[in-house]
Design a protein around this ligand. Structure first.
Ligand code: FES
Length: 312
């Protein structure tokens, strides 16, 4: 599968809230950009060892511009600081994608829950739900009202469907109000910090929830063991020792594979499993997808047993 990759230009740069910078990107020659659907993200290449994923939060119908929003994280690993400090209007930035592991499935009703910068993938979902004539509500939390991006854009939705709940005014999000009595046919979409996602996961009826995480889920991983991986397309077999990832072992064998976050959150390295049982350690696949064992994120996931056959 060929993935779109291009150097785009920062056409607009504006603050969407305290510490949240929204960038509008265009092709330098005015070329049309690939189509995308709500929930999609871009890989943004900020330097040789600095690559980050940001959700597209503009209008999917606008094929000339992509909008992302970046929260400055003072204790982050440098990606958001780079965007805030180094990317000015007119600067070029390399992007790859879009990719979507958080697609909006058709449903008559949705409950959207966003925490902080987690509003970004939800924003285009609201427009899509609205256009489809679905019933929906949004519960949107953040530290303070000033830190919450796009509240003005959200104010165009009437009918009391949007609840903006800054923590310093109303405390923690009232998840019971949206999750305790979910009508049949409802899907729940949630994006935000780990503790919010964990709380929603614990409360939401099984099978309804779709989440996107910006940071790896905290989970108990088993001990790393050694196993073999047969690469069906390239006809190679590699040994994955306990201290390396499948991704590293595959790359060391000279097999090209796409990857980005290397922490199991972006979905770029998703690989088809032809035989063997993966031990999933990612934060992308749903429980059902993990159970099926059809694909795995080779940057973090390993093998239950001694051998995997991958479609590489
Ligand atoms: S590289 Fe992001 S999930 Fe593997």
């Amino acid at each position: 599968m060929t993935v779109y990759e291009a150097e785009l230009v920062v056409d607009r740069r504006e603050f969407a809230a305290d510490g949240v910078l929204a960038l509008t990107l265009r092709h330098p020659l005015g070329d049309e950009l690939p189509a995308w659907e709500p929930g999609a993200h871009l890989d943004v290449v900020l330097g040789p060892e600095l690559e980050r994923q940001y959700s597209l939060c503009g209008d999917p119908a606008d094929r000339n511009a992509w909008r992302i929003a970046v929260l400055r994280e003072p204790d982050g690993r440098g990606g958001s600081a780079h965007v805030h400090e180094q990317l000015g209007q007119g600067d070029k930035v390399r992007v790859r994608g879009p990719r979507n592991h958080f697609a909006l499935r058709p449903a008559p009703r949705y409950r959207f829950i966003a925490g902080g910068i987690g509003i970004t993938p939800i924003l285009p979902m609201l427009a899509a739900a609205e256009a489809a004539g679905a019933e929906w509500t949004l519960l949107y939390g953040g530290r303070t009202r000033r830190s919450m991006a796009f509240t003005e854009e959200l104010s165009r939705y009437g009918g009391g469907r949007v609840t903006v709940a800054p923590q310093d005014e109303t405390g923690l999000l009232d998840l019971a109000s949206v999750l305790d009595d979910v009508p049949e046919g409802t899907l729940v979409y949630c994006c935000g910090p780990g503790p919010l996602l964990d709380a929603v996961e614990a409360r939401c009826p099984a099978g309804l929830l779709h989440t996107e995480r910006f940071a790896p889920k905290e989970q108990e991983d088993g001990e790393n063991t050694e196993f073999e991986v047969e690469l069906a397309q390239s006809g190679k077999t590699v040994t994955v020792s306990p201290d390396v990832s499948v991704l590293d072992a595959v790359r060391a064998a000279g097999v090209e594979v796409l990857f980005s976050c290397t922490e199991g959150t972006c979905g770029t390295c998703e690989t088809d499993v032809l035989d063997g049982t993966p031990e999933h350690r990612d934060s992308v696949l749903t429980a059902e997808e993990q159970e099926s064992g059809e694909t795995m994120m080779i940057c973090v996931s390993r093998c239950r047993g001694k051998r995997l056959v991958l479609d590489l």
